[in-house]
Structure formats: structure tokens, C-alpha cells
Design a protein around this ligand. Structure first.
Ligand SMILES: Cc1cc2nc3c(=O)[nH]c(=O)nc-3n(C[C@H](O)[C@H](O)[C@H](O)COP(=O)(O)O)c2cc1C
Length: 178
């Protein structure tokens, strides 16, 4: 295989987001929501979830101040709202007014949760790892909420982000028999 003909290889500093779609969530810290694509489960028991937070975001300081946050997974039908929340700053606009998403306080945390979500994680903040432009915040998932009757794999449509304002959703999932 001719590697150089097959791949375009970029140096470390020329990082681009690439085209690998990532599931999108909305994190709420205290009263403020912001959209994230860089998030992941990191431990099963206890269930620990991590989110990479840009230090330029208004939410960055809120994350440092707060001892909890929520992670909210909304279906593709809320794409416009998801995008608006990821393009506006909570110290400049009230994102609840511009999106009309339904929300309330968490059951076990004082950060808000979005009740239009399919899945909601209520997280107690564990620790924050600091990097140059982002930090990685870890939360122990103390409560999980699943919307009853909406999570059939064949029906559900999650929101996927490809970078540069491009989104999609997945097609019908397929089980693999081994
Ligand atoms: C699809 C999408 C994905 C994003 N992913 C992240 C992310 O993983 N981490 C992050 O800190 N910001 C991410 N952002 C940017 C923030 O959501 C955006 O800067 C937002 O305006 C921050 O709101 P705030 O200033 O009220 O905290 C993303 C934005 C969009 C639209």
C-alpha cells in the first residue's frame, strides 16, 4: 500500500475536527445550557461521565464554581435549539427564552435539566483536569432519566455533529450476530 498516496497526513498543530460525526448533548451548569460534542462515558461502576469544556465559554467558570451539572440528550427534531444553544453565550442572552426548551431543576442537583430530552444524566462533579484551551470535567452520574416509550432503537433519532455547522442523524440500527 502506498501510504502517502492513500492518506493526507497533517502535523500536530494543524488539527482539524475531521468528519467523524459525534453525538451531541446539552450540558446545563447551574441555570446555563451549552452544547457539547466532546463528551464520553469513562467508567461503568460507578458510572462516570466526562465533558471537554472550552475555557472561552461562559460555562467554564460555572463548571469551576458548581459541584454538579446535567447532560441532556435531545432528539434530532430539536436541531435548531441545539445549534442556537451552541452558538450563543449565557452571559449575553437567555437561552431558555430563545429556544423555549422545557426545563426544571434536577431531582438530585440544583443545575437545570431539559425535560424535552430522551436521556438525562444528573452528575455530581468529581474533578477537573486542566489543559491549555479546554478542561475535562468528570461527573459521577447520580441519577439517569430515560423517557418512557421513546427509546426503541428502530425509532430513536439522535443528533450527530460533523463539525462546521453540519449535522445528521443515524439510519436504522442493525444488530450484528456473532
Ligand atoms: C455542535 C456543537 C458542539 C460543541 N461542542 C462543544 C464541546 O464539546 N465543548 C465545549 O466547550 N463547547 C462546545 N461547543 C461550543 C459551545 O456550545 C458554545 O461555545 C456555547 O456558545 C457556549 O455557551 P456559554 O458561553 O453560554 O457557556 C459546541 C457547539 C456546537 C454548536
Amino acid at each position: 500500500m502506498n501510504f502517502e498516496k492513500t492518506f493526507k497526513t497533517l502535523l500536530e498543530e494543524s488539527y482539524t475536527y475531521g468528519l467523524v460525526p459525534r453525538p451531541v448533548a446539552i450540558v446545563c451548569v447551574k441555570e446555563n445550557p451549552f452544547t457539547v460534542a466532546n463528551h464520553t462515558p469513562v467508567n461503568k461502576n460507578p458510572f462516570i461521565y466526562a465533558v471537554a469544556v472550552d475555557k472561552e465559554n461562559y460555562s467554564y467558570n460555572l463548571i469551576l464554581e458548581s459541584d454538579n451539572f446535567s447532560v441532556n440528550f435531545l432528539p434530532y427534531q430539536y436541531l435548531e435549539e441545539i445549534h442556537k444553544i451552541g452558538k450563543t453565550h449565557g452571559n449575553q442572552v437567555n437561552k431558555w427564552e430563545i429556544t423555549k426548551l422545557n426545563h426544571q431543576k434536577g431531582l438530585s442537583i440544583d443545575s437545570l435539566i431539559i425535560t424535552d430530552s430522551l436521556i438525562i444524566y444528573e452528575c455530581q462533579k468529581l474533578n477537573v483536569i486542566d489543559f491549555t484551551d479546554h478542561c475535562l470535567v468528570f461527573g459521577k452520574v447520580v441519577l439517569k432519566h430515560y423517557k418512557k416509550g421513546y427509546l426503541k432503537p428502530s425509532k430513536i433519532r439522535y443528533t450527530l455533529f460533523h463539525g462546521k455547522n453540519l449535522y445528521s442523524t443515524h439510519k436504522k440500527p442493525k444488530y450484528v450476530k456473532i
